[in-house]
Write a protein that binds this ligand. Structure first.
Ligand code: SF4
Length: 325
């Protein structure tokens, strides 16, 4: 038993947030929530999670779905490979969630962190986990110099997480660490006065809460420009499926880019900007008409206006639809 266990667990059990995936932590529910929470905030995830679980309540429902249906329920959450991997993994499970560490880790889209979260929360296995929140708490609690998003620093924390994980309440322990990082030991101005670990915290004792973890290196966004076309005929709009080689939104339906179809661009409709991952994307959308006699590539589809949002799942397209209709 480490000296952090009792105060942190007591605190967590008293103040934990009532989140939908905590109410009935089956492996399936924990897994879906953890995948959604990668790169996305709790507040954003909650409505998506509830809608997703209503449509795909279990492994079989997800395995039997179409990719388009899953993507539609993911629309706006970004990082769409997460949704594809969920479906792919559900198909591999044949209705039963694996319980073995290596089998969970082998699921598409599941890394060491997610395997630790599923095992500890849903199966009560004493598996550790380290994410950005845990890295920040450890950095301050133990006075460790590192950047909370630096993969090498995160890697160096795993043995510590492993040594610390609670053997009989690993799910509560891991969630308590993450909860502390999310609500008390926050990136800016941590609430040390409300922290159950303050009396043991190196950063607090030395007044280094604002120095640790070390500041992240700023990463300049990569500028990118797309020239997109709005081609409409008889109430239907031409869509184009971006291919595997795309840097962004690959394998997703979008509006065709200039040069992908044989069309004549005309009036400019909108020029929104949009950030995707670390890209600063600028889109110029023009109305266009297909050239006479031109043939369309395979990866295109005419879709009626009311059904456009079934296909255009990225929030970029929703921005464009609002600007152009
Ligand atoms: Fe974080 Fe402050 Fe608690 Fe230390 S005392 S772990 S800096 S909130």
């Amino acid at each position: 038993m480490s000296r952090q266990h009792a105060p942190l667990l007591r605190w967590y059990r008293r103040v934990r947030r009532d989140l939908p995936w905590r109410r009935d932590p089956t492996p399936y529910r924990v897994w879906v929530s953890e995948i959604m929470l990668q790169q996305t905030t709790v507040a954003t995830v909650i409505p998506y999670y509830e809608k997703f679980l209503a449509r795909f309540p279990d492994i079989r429902a997800l395995a039997d779905s179409t990719e388009d249906d899953v993507l539609k329920h993911w629309a706006g959450l970004g990082y769409y490979s997460r949704a594809r991997n969920l479906r792919k993994a559900a198909q591999q499970m044949a209705g039963v969630f694996p319980t073995d560490y290596d089998a969970i880790l082998a699921l598409p889209g599941v890394g060491r962190y997610t395997a630790g979260a599923i095992g500890s929360i849903a199966f009560q296995k004493p598996w550790p986990l380290v994410d950005g929140n845990v890295a920040r708490v450890f950095s301050r609690l133990f006075g460790l110099k590192g950047r909370a998003k630096d993969p090498a620093f995160l890697k160096s924390l795993w043995p510590r997480a492993e040594a610390l994980v609670h053997k009989t309440a690993p799910g509560d322990w891991n969630q308590a660490l993450m909860e502390l990082g999310a609500t008390v030991c926050t990136p800016d101005s941590p609430s040390c006065g409300a922290c159950p670990l303050a009396s043991q915290c190196v950063a607090f004792k030395k007044g280094l809460q604002d120095e640790l973890p070390l500041p992240e290196k700023a990463r300049a966004p990569v500028p990118l420009k797309w020239d997109c076309l709005w081609i409409e005929s008889g109430g239907k709009v031409l869509l184009w499926k971006r291919d595997d080689s795309d840097r962004l939104l690959k394998n997703l339906w979008g509006l065709p880019e200039k040069g992908r179809v044989d069309a004549r661009p005309a009036k400019r409709l909108a020029t929104p900007t949009h950030s995707i991952t670390h890209h600063a994307l600028r889109v110029e959308l023009r109305a266009a008409v297909l050239k006479k006699g031109s043939s369309l590539p395979d990866a295109t589809k005419w879709v009626s206006r009311p059904r456009l949002t079934d296909y255009l799942v990225s929030s970029l397209w929703l921005k464009l639809l609002n600007a152009s209709t």
